[in-house]
Design a protein around this ligand. Structure first.
Ligand SMILES: *[C@@H]1O[C@H](CO)[C@@H](O)[C@H](O)[C@H]1NC(C)=O
Length: 371
């Protein structure tokens, strides 16, 4: 059955490819980049590899890549070629997005997972507080917390599996803004160095810096520790330093309470609008090659390996089904502004694609200025 549906999808996508070639050529956000245009618009399957050395040269200069030895250079070139093929495959499986060369194109999938993801548990603690069910009848059609001043600039976790700490600070930055009217960038390094909160139900599942963590445990840590300090008071190094330099007198944002939101998409939207940006887990399989537009893969695992921030939702006519509005979530990532759409990812709403609806948490902050 599974094999049958995979086959039918592949057959379907090969029928669709003449249409895709058209829609893609008009919708690429960065179609001035010959590399990306070549990868996504080639249609005979192998021609993207003809100029692989040329593409690799552009990639190296664009992202400032250097390799210590000739062997390393050759190895990275081979990985790069494999990623060109993978981007091509992702383009077929996810035609509403644009896939191609990204700054991660010289990493194998397992290197990428180890260095740039870092959600180390797959399920939420069973005893987590459940968010109350909210009314959903008058939700706005489109909503984006960036338009309401609740989102800081895109950050960069670097080569450290600390995504969970960025998802946590993003949610608390939004909640703190809602409580106080002030947008303050909060410290991920405090979480990386000081938060070793463990899941009482899963032996060994503890927040562990660059080796992964979980947003709900990080909220629990923040609640117990008294809060988070400003980014500049505990700057990000992207390394496990082994010591905690937290100065409690510098706390600027304090957690009041947090809870887990049900998998229902209207509840997720209602909690987003009411409480601010939400911490979510996602399967990042399609993100290594993502360039832009709305990601809506036919097949995507529900295994959650990346923590990100849900900041809004909208809808658009997106290819290949044109003239039909389809809804999507707007996700803030922590891979710098030179990834995705200025650091953001759009993923379709409606069927828990890549598990995006299955691990959602919300946090409230105390107004520390109120006396
Ligand atoms: C915090 O607790 C209040 C009162 O129980 C509840 O109404 C609210 O939804 C909670 N907020 C979050 C973000 O969990």
């Amino acid at each position: 059955m599974a094999r049958f549906s995979l086959l039918s999808i592949l057959v379907l996508s090969s029928f669709l490819s003449p249409i895709l070639a058209f829609t893609i050529s008009v919708d690429i956000p960065d179609d001035t980049d010959p590399l990306i245009r070549q990868v996504v618009s080639s249609s005979d399957g192998e021609d993207e590899l003809l100029n692989a050395d040329h593409h690799f040269a552009i990639f190296k200069s664009k992202f400032g890549k250097t390799y210590a030895t000739h062997e390393e250079h050759q190895h990275r070139f081979n990985v790069f070629k494999a990623n060109l093929r993978r981007a091509k495959k992702h383009q077929l499986l996810d035609p509403t997005a644009t896939h191609g060369v990204t700054k991660f194109s010289d990493l194998t999938p397992s290197e990428f997972r180890r260095q740039f993801l870092g959600l180390n548990r797959l399920r939420l603690p069973a005893d987590a507080q459940k968010a109350p069910i909210l009314p959903t009848n008058d939700l706005p059609a489109d909503f984006d917390w960036r338009d309401h001043g609740a989102v800081t600039a895109v950050k960069n976790q670097g080569s450290c599996g600390s995504c969970w700490s960025f998802s946590t600070t993003g949610a608390l930055e939004g909640a703190h803004y809602l409580a106080t009217g002030e947008l303050v960038s909060l410290s991920e390094q405090q979480l990386v160095d000081c938060d070793h909160e463990c899941d009482p139900e899963e032996v060994g599942a503890c927040d562990s810096g660059c080796n992964g963590g979980l947003m709900t445990s990080a909220f629990e840590y923040t609640l117990k520790a008294g809060g988070l300090v400003r980014e500049e008071d505990y700057p990000y190094t992207g390394t496990d330093r082994g010591t905690c330099n937290f100065d409690k007198s510098k706390v600027v944002a304090t957690v009041s309470n947090f809870s887990v939101v049900s998998i229902d998409e209207d509840q997720i939207a209602a909690n987003l609008v009411k409480n601010g940006p939400l911490a979510v887990g996602i399967n990042a399989a399609f993100m290594q090659t993502y360039i832009g537009r709305v990601s809506c893969p036919y097949i995507c695992g529900k295994h959650l390996d990346h923590g990100v921030l849900l900041v809004g939702y909208g809808s658009a006519e997106y290819a290949p089904i044109r003239f039909k509005e389809k809804p999507y979530w707007i996700i803030k990532n922590s891979w710098g502004e030179n990834w995705g759409e200025n650091g953001y990812y759009k993923i379709c709403r409606g069927r828990n694609v890549c598990g995006v609806d299955s691990m959602v948490s919300t946090v409230a902050a105390i107004n520390v200025n109120a006396h």
